[in-house]
Design a protein around this ligand. Structure first.
Ligand code: NAD
Ligand code: MN
Length: 480
């Protein structure tokens, strides 16, 4: 920590607001039960490596039971008038708000992200997502899928660990609003908030079988997406697994949406408000330790302001507080797992080996847990691995450009196409570039802004289909 700064006193959020049981079962047909084969796995806090709980590990037999429960629930659930389904969704949204402090602490413990983010970003967005789709449940004939759109049936949903409860909300809320039932598999390092959500479903009186949660790993996920009686598969995670799922689903009648990796370009022009741009660069890549599919992991800065921007960026990064995620002053928390830390470390080493210059602010990392200091690489060329591959960590690769055309060419020079940012004072330039950038989301003079009303999704290897907004309903409706 920079000695010139005020030393902040510790400001820890209380762990006592959440009661984590020593073990959890699968949530199938409205109740928690042990896995058929009795297998379990541990989930830990990446900030301390402390084991938080032991969770049932789902296998084929458990997936079969969960899909059966979802199938049985589908008839009555889809027959309910939309306004009735909306009541359940509104109830769930309100319970999430009421329990948001508890859920924020839980998510911070299981994932390692700062409480400031779970409290101020994840949880409000989770509740907003349920409120938003609750509002759609009785208006589906106006969703643009014909006058009488029908649900698909049982939705198999597999989510990652970077925004565990938010990715659950993105998947579950539109599925339920449209009258589908759900079997969801949370990620192996972050199963707890999904299991708390199962409890919220019970608290809301949701009919049994409408939502089923089966924790496990990749094998559990593969069993779920390969199950012959699911009608829809929704996946968020790595491009490699997304391709595998696309092959599994090919030739079946299952509908598929994929939300995969990214290598977003954050483009800063010389006429941009540079102080604001620096805040946007920091939020773009260090939010959630950079473990964000739409992260602005490539900074494209106009050559004329390169020095000024980098100086300001380094000054700003020197004020970031890295450490205890439960401390309310923490900006950057722990990396989610030892595996993820190893991937980030390997790619950062490749950056150095290939000749880019590495810089990190002075910061002390905790002795226990998985940590990676905020890192900036300059002198990066488009051929470097750190310019091409998704790092999924707090690592920014800086490239430069001279003209708008060069900026667009470099930004689009990636197999991905999820997000991009433009920083400039010129409105006309924003509109022109937004059309030229092959990215599903383009932010102008801001970054990483999310809203349930806005569709989100990718081009190219970032996947297909849209989540959020009216578009998010289409993925769960039979098109007339
Ligand atoms: P992953 O794709 O392996 O895991 C995501 C989810 O898919 C998890 O729930 C996992 O259990 C499940 N899964 C794994 N293999 C599966 C299979 N064959 N069939 C069905 N489900 C399967 O991601 P990861 O290993 O946690 O991370 C690897 C890389 O993926 C990261 O470094 C990052 O680049 C990327 N990633 C992207 C996102 C995103 O939001 N787009 C999220 C997490 C990770
Ligand atoms: Mn965990």
């Amino acid at each position: 920590m920079n000695a010139k700064l005020f030393a902040y006193a510790p400001a820890p959020e209380s762990r006592a607001v959440v009661d984590i049981a020593p073990s959890y079962g699968l949530f199938v047909d409205g109740e928690f039960r042990e896995a058929a084969a009795g297998k379990v796995f541990k989930t830990l806090s990446p900030a301390s490596e402390e084991v938080l709980s032991e969770v049932a590990y789902g296998e084929q037999e458990d997936i079969d039971a969960a899909v059966r429960a979802a199938r049985a629930a589908f008839g009555p659930w889809s027959a309910l008038p939309g306004a009735e389904r909306a009541k359940y969704l509104f109830r769930i949204a309100r319970i999430i708000q009421e329990r948001s402090r508890e859920l924020a602490v839980l998510e911070t413990l299981d994932n390692g992200k700062p409480i400031r983010e779970t409290r101020d970003a994840d949880l409000p967005l989770v509740a907003a997502h349920f409120f938003y789709y609750a509002g759609w449940a009785d208006k589906l004939s106006y969703a643009g899928c014909g006058p009488d759109p029908r649900p698909l049936g049982v939705a198999a949903q597999v989510i990652p660990w970077n925004f565990p409860l938010l990715m659950l909300a993105w998947k579950v809320a539109p599925a339920l609003a449209t009258g589908n039932t759900v079997v969801l598999k949370p990620a192996e390092t972050t199963p707890l908030s999904a299991l708390f959500f199962a409890d919220i479903c019970r608290q809301a009186g949701l009919p049994k079988g409408v939502v089923n949660i089966v924790p496990g790993d990749g094998a559990t996920g593969a069993a779920l997406v390969g199950h012959p009686d699911v009608n829809k598969v929704a996946f968020t995670g790595s491009t490699a697994v997304g391709k595998q799922i696309a092959r599994t689903v090919a030739g079946t009648r299952k509908r598929l949406t994929l939300e995969l990796g990214g290598k977003g370009a954050n483009i800063v022009f010389e006429d941009a408000p540079l102080d604001q741009a620096v805040e946007g660069i920091v939020g773009g890549i260090f939010f959630n330790q950079g473990q964000v599919c739409c992260a602005g992991s490539r900074l494209l800065v106009q050559e004329s302001v390169q020095e000024e921007v980098l100086d300001a960026l380094k000054r700003r990064l020197s004020t970031l507080r890295v450490g205890d995620p439960l401390d309310k002053n923490t900006d950057v928390g722990a990396i989610n797992s030892a595996e993820q830390l190893a991937r980030i470390t390997e790619l950062a080493e490749a950056g150095e080996a290939e000749g880019a210059q590495r810089w990190s602010p002075p910061c002390e990392l905790p002795g226990e847990g998985y940590w990676f200091a905020p890192t900036v690489f300059t002198g990066v060329s488009q051929a470097h691995r750190i310019a091409r591959e998704e790092i999924f960590g707090p690592v920014l690769s800086v490239l430069t450009f001279r003209t708008p055309d060069e900026a667009v060419a470099k930004a689009n020079n990636t197999p991905y196409g999820l997000s991009a940012g433009i920083w400039t004072e010129k409105g006309s330039r924003i509109l022109k570039l937004a059309n030229q950038l092959r990215a599903g989301v383009v932010w102008a003079n801001t970054f990483n802004k999310f809203d349930p009303t806005s569709p989100f999704g990718g081009y190219k290897e970032s996947g297909y289909g849209r989540e959020g907004g009216r578009h998010g309903l289409e993925a769960y409706l039979e098109h007339a």
